[in-house]
Each structure stands twice: as C-alpha cells, then as structure tokens.
Design a binder for this molecule. Structure first.
Ligand code: ADP
Length: 376
C-alpha cells in the first residue's frame, strides 16, 4: 500500500464519520423539534388513545404518531406520513378548518385494503392534528345490509308476482269451477311460501341484529331434537321418509330452547327435502369431552364441494328450482348458522354428492352425562 492509498483511506473514513455525525445530529434535531412541538404529557395522552393520532408538520411529516396510527397504516413511527393524510392536512391549513375523509389504505405484504376515516384539524400554521379510525367493518356491514335488502325485494317479488298471475287466471276462468279450485289451491301454496319467507326474513334480521341477547336457560338437547322431529314428521310421512332418533347422551346446554328447536328443525326439513322418497333421516344426540352435539344425517343427493362453502350464505341455493319446489327460501341454513353463533357454538358439514350429508351442531355442554352414562 502506498502512502497515497493510506491518505485516501483516512480521508474516506473521515468523510464517513462526518456524514454519520451530521445524520445523528439531524435525527437528534428532529427529535428535539418533536419534543418541543409535542410536549411529553401531550405525547402520553396521544399514546393512550385507541384511535390513530398524528401531529402533522408543515413539511408533510409526522411530528408524532401513536401506535394506533402506525397500525392503521397512516403514519410510520419514523415520521413518514401516508400521502392522502398529508394532503388532507394541507387542505385543512388552506381552509383553516377541520376536514375529514375516508382514505383507503393498503397494508402488509398481502396489500389488504382498509377504509380509514381521518379527520384533520389545523393547530395554527405549523401543525395539524389527525385522528383516524378504522371503518372497514362498518363498510362491510353496510355492504352486507344493502345486498340483503336487494335480495329480500327480489325474493319477495317472485311469490307476489305468482299470486297476482293466479288471481288474474281465476278472473279469466271464473266459469270453470274445477280451474278456479286448482288456482285457489296454488294461491294457498304461494301464500304459505310467502308467509314462511317473511317469517324467516324477520328471524334472520333479528338474529343478525343487536337485539338478540335472549334469556339463556339450561336446555336438554334431547327434548330439542324430539320436538324438531315431531314438527318435521308430517312432511316426512308425505314423502315416506323414516325419521330415526339415536340418543347417545343427555347433554344440557345453556340456550334459547325455541331457537335451538328451530335450528334442528331446519336441518331435518332440509334432510327430508333433499332425500329421495322412502329414504331414512337420522338425528343423533351426543356428548364428547364437554362438547354437546346434534347430527342430522341423510343419504340424499349430497352437496358439491364448491357449494359446501356457500350454502350457509343468505339466499344461496345449489338448485334454485328444486329449492322452490320444496318450499325452500334459501334462508334455512343461514338461520342455523346464526343460531349456532348466538349460542357460541358452530355448525359443521360433511357431504358427498350421491352419498348424503351430515350437518352437526356443536355447543358447550353445561352438565349432564357422557356416553358411559356417568356424571360429567
Ligand atoms: P332452502 O330453503 O333452499 O332449503 P337452505 O338455506 O336451508 O335453503 O339451504 C341452502 C341450500 O343448501 C339448499 O337450497 C340446497 O341446495 C342445499 N342443501 C341444504 N341442505 C341440504 C341437504 N341435506 N342435502 C342436500 N342439499 C342441501
């Protein structure tokens, strides 16, 4: 190494050191500015806030951002601000008043989208205060409500339209008593379907709403399945379907008895509706390791894998024509799912096309007996 090389190396080290010192001093300066701009107590208060809180500087950076703001993706703890929030702050300064808007933030490696409501208030000429809240769930709920309203009006139109056509037909065929009787029968069938649809729409709206905190009482599951089977018997007999009841335990769960009966009844009605005439439907009651379960087993048409994920959605039917012909509304399984959720339980499905389906409801057992018949 020549003497010149040594000089160059020393010079390089010196420059590097000088730059490092400058950067360090710059950061210390920024921190010092932040400390002066946002006093310790204020930062403590902002840190305690659940909402995202950012003090925005004129240079479009954050003098302070709490962890809520970082979690929402509108500001980084190093002071970098989301562009739209910085724009909003400039608008607030220009208009000399608070401005608010919903900004769409993409976060994480998956780029998941969230809708964040941001309100920026100018604090004099140099600073502004931004408060941010996540509106994503609210948006999703609104979207779901809108879809529900659209579906409901569509579903109601079908039977109402049919009733109107049948009434017209009666008018036209008034002198043919046989025809009138036939149309009258059809009107009765359509109005029964309409009544069922309206009842189920009311039920699903209540189950999804906040007013469903009902009095939960100890309920014996066996009495629930018994009542559901009795209710479904007439339908089953008409299709020559045998209903079997296999009780392997006597679990008690905390719940709303009427809702539990409705859930099992919906499952049994489906098992009957989607089985061939003369088939058998079995309802079992069991308990394993403190989990009470009711299974409804059929050897019917079964459900395709692709449909299995969707059949618990409101108004989803694999075969709309068949569902309508059996008096289905497309709401039965959605009601079952919500009743399970209301009881901190769940509903699971096993199914294979051409083999059959088994729907299983599971709940926390309160007390009762296990399979061996000893006290749990
Ligand atoms: P529906 O009133 O149409 O029966 P549900 O919400 O109860 O509505 O069920 C949704 C769809 O799931 C049905 O239309 C049907 O396609 C399918 N399904 C439900 N239960 C069964 C079953 N046991 N076997 C086969 N398909 C079923």
């Amino acid at each position: 190494m020549t003497g010149l090389d040594v000089v160059w190396i020393l010079l390089g080290l010196l420059v590097g050191f000088a730059l490092g010192v400058l950067a360090f001093r710059g950061r210390r300066k920024q921190e010092a500015i932040a400390r002066t701009l946002v006093p310790h107590r204020t930062r403590e208060v902002l840190s305690a806030m659940q909402s995202g809180a950012v003090i925005v500087r004129r240079d479009r950076r954050a003098a302070f951002a709490n962890t809520g703001a970082a979690a929402l993706g509108i500001a980084r703890l190093d002071g970098k601000l989301q562009t739209e929030v910085a724009d909003l702050a400039e608008e607030a300064w220009a208009r000399e008043e608070a401005v608010e808007r919903e900004v769409v933030v993409r976060r994480g490696v998956l780029g998941s989208v969230s809708h964040v409501h941001v309100r920026v208030t100018p604090l004099g000429d140099e600073l502004a205060f931004a408060v941010a809240n996540d509106n994503t769930e609210l948006r999703a709920a609104e979207q779901s409500r809108r879809e529900f309203a659209t579906n409901v009006s569509h579903e109601l139109k079908t039977p109402v339209g049919a009733l109107s056509l049948l009434a017209e037909a009666i008018e036209e065929g008034a002198d043919d008593p046989e025809m009138v009787r036939d149309f009258a029968r059809k009107i009765r069938k359509e109005s029964r379907r309409l009544t069922k649809l309206i009842q189920e729409i009311i039920e699903i709206s209540r189950l999804q709403g906040d007013d469903t905190v009902r009095d939960h009482q100890p309920v014996e599951l066996e009495s629930v399945t018994q009542e559901a089977l009795e209710g479904a018997r007439l339908n089953a007999e008409q299709r020559d379907i045998t209903l079997a009841h296999a009780v392997n335990a006597a679990p008690v769960v905390m719940g709303d008895r009427d809702l539990l009966v409705m859930a099992v009844r919906n499952l049994v009605d489906n098992a009957v509706a989607y089985s061939e005439e003369g088939a058998k439907v079995t309802v079992t009651v069991g308990e394993t390791e403190g989990i009470a379960s009711v299974s409804v087993i059929d050897r019917g048409m079964g459900i395709d894998k692709a449909d299995q994920e969707r059949i618990f959605e409101r108004f989803y039917r694999t075969d709309p024509a068949r569902s309508r012909s059996t008096g289905g509304t497309g709401l039965g399984l959605s009601i079952v799912k919500h009743i399970a959720l209301q009881h901190a339980g769940k509903v699971e499905l096993w199914s294979q096309p051409g083999v059959g389906s088994t729907f299983t409801l599971q709940f926390q057992a309160e007390h009762g007996t296990n399979e061996e018949g000893t006290d749990a």
